[in-house]
Design a protein around this ligand. Structure first.
Ligand SMILES: C[S@@+](CC[C@H](N)C(=O)[O-])C[C@H]1O[C@@H](n2cnc3c(N)ncnc32)[C@H](O)[C@@H]1O
Length: 325
């Protein structure tokens, strides 16, 4: 499975862009972009090249890690999926395309689209020397208008994008993204209650249009979680020195919380249960909260069930598991 850390080629391209670029200026710009997000805004304020670079430095590692974790979950459920073409909606600096290239050696055609000219320019720069991504096509435009003209793709992705548009626009975009999906649609959002709510609304909408969930849910029914619970996962990633400077932090890693859904045209034959939070392991038993095909369950695996206990001890939040494995 691909690593959640940025691939060497992308790291090198980012480092190249950073030469001669002030870290304290980047930190200031990244802080202001983060504040805009916290206040409910989007990436519309990213206009200067330095803003785009600050955004990429501060956020690209985490969104890359979240998309990679979501793709790994998809691949685990559908190991035979070998997409040829990708459509990356709201691609920004190209994060999801880089993650998809690492997850699927089969991918040949990469079509990206985004309204932001500065992020588009950065994405093209970062991809220029990449073996897999140097021939990407990147359309600049408003998502719906650009999508109408796009060819359908085997894999369609929107990463950290649907939170930047209004509800009505999001519903229309969901329909259009599904229309352009030949096989699988993957949408990733921040792991907040609001991000989860957007994922759940899109999930229901696409199921009503004939889609099936491949991951994370083991069913196409209504999400059994009730507020204040929300379905989300976490991915740990290493921070580079530049990343720590830009974020003004000392911890050498961060945990990115994310929510996601992968929807397919054909139902997956067997969908394992999903571990909803980090299981509690004691010497007596493993206690895990699972989303199962039959709904929520708190499963206890006693130590006396030796093989099951040994396997359940390795369960991690977000894993797909079959009880009795
Ligand atoms: C938070 S960034 C995420 C970028 C990238 N997908 C990632 O995961 O790093 C959101 C992106 O969506 C784009 N976006 C937002 N609304 C859009 C729209 N209506 N049409 C096209 N792009 C849009 C923004 O320009 C921005 O690049």
């Amino acid at each position: 499975m691909p690593s959640p850390d940025l691939p060497a080629e992308l790291k090198a391209a980012l480092d190249g862009k950073l030469r001669g670029f002030s870290r304290s200026d980047a930190a200031g710009r990244a802080a202001s972009i983060s504040k805009t997000y916290r206040d409910g805004g989007g990436s519309g304020g990213i206009r200067a090249e330095a803003d785009a670079l600050a955004y990429a430095l501060a956020r690209m590692p985490a969104t890359f890690a979240a998309v990679t974790a979501s793709l790994n979950a998809l691949v685990e459920i559908r190991p035979d999926f070998a997409p040829n073409s990708l459509l990356d909606i709201g691609a920004g600096p190209g994060t999801a395309s880089w993650a998809a290239a690492a997850a699927f050696p089969s991918l040949q055609d990469f079509a990206l689209l985004d309204a932001n000219a500065t992020l588009r320019a950065l994405a093209l720069d970062l991809a220029r020397d990449s073996t897999r991504l140097r021939d990407i096509s990147y359309e600049r435009g408003e998502a719906r208008a650009a999508l109408v003209k796009s060819d359908a793709a085997d894999l369609v992705m929107a990463s950290y994008m649907i939170g930047e548009i209004g509800d009505a626009e999001r519903r229309a975009l969901a329909e259009l993204m599904w229309e352009k999906t030949r096989d699988t649609l993957l949408v990733v959002e921040p792991g907040t209650p609001a991000g989860y709510a957007r994922i759940i609304a899109l999930r229901e909408h696409v199921i009503a249009l004939g889609g099936h969930v491949a991951a994370p849910c083991p069913h196409d029914g209504k999400c059994p979680l009730q507020p204040p619970d929300w379905c989300h996962f976490t991915q740990r990633l290493q921070r580079s020195r530049a990343h720590m400077q830009v974020k003004d932090v000392e911890l050498p890693f961060e945990d990115e919380k994310f929510a996601y859904v992968a929807l397919t045209r054909t139902a997956v034959a067997e969908r394992p249960s999903r571990v909803l939070t980090q299981p509690l392991v004691t010497k007596v038993e493993v206690t895990a909260r699972l989303c199962t095909p039959a709904g929520l369950a708190v499963t206890k695996v006693p130590r006396r069930a030796k093989a099951d206990y040994a396997s359940a001890r390795r369960w991690r939040w977000g894993d797909a598991v079959t009880v009795g494995d």
